[in-house]
Design a protein around this ligand. Sequence first.
Ligand code: 5RP
Length: 241
Amino acid sequence: MNTNTPQTHGQTAPQSDSLTQDELKTLVGQAALQYVVRGELVGVGTGSTVNKFIDALATIKDQIPGAVSSSVASTERLLALGIPVFDANQVERLSVYIDGADEIDHQGHMVKGGGAALTREKIVAALSDKFVCIADESKLVNVLGAFPLPVEVIPMATARVVRQFAALGGQAVVRHKNGQPLVTDNGQHIVDVVGLKIHDPLAFEAEVSQWPGVVTVGVFAFQRAQVCLLGTAQGVKTLNF
Ligand code: 5RP
């Protein structure tokens, strides 16, 4: 958990008691409802914070036609709550995409992919006019790179991609689940990279995205957030970028 101080230019809803991380996630998940355009589809991310948003979304499900989902896990949760899920190819644009982040900086650039859903998340974000990030305050950083950077790779490229990160000073390891390399919703692998400080997220994303075998790098600079609803001890703080 980092201890960066949140920006002060946002609006804060007052909150008296100290809240658990889970309660902060619930708060921001509920706060995100104000950005859902009634009568329109909404883009839905992935993760424990988004799960709170999906639960909140179920309370207004009669006011929207449905959602475009960024993962099998979110699709299953949406459907279980009676929210129709549409294929991204059926949609030309979305007014808003709601998702969490592993890190977000003071310009709205993010590291994402802790839940291995980064590729579909970036696709749905790219379809959307506005990215609203929901996160607790431990995610706010001055410079991206404290959280291991997820990168989805085609398995035959893994060793070469690991060497390319080593040349940049990073150490990349293949993510495992149950003793096996984790397989994403897209049938690929994830490497997590530590030891990098990402001072120029746009340039970094542009460069790594071109490496052969890289499906998606978990830096979201081209698809950065325009809004962050940050759960803090003082309540939900709204950061506009
Ligand atoms: C999944 C993601 C998530 O948004 C990110 O990992 C944050 O998750 P959580 O809300 O559980 O902290 O990028 O691929």
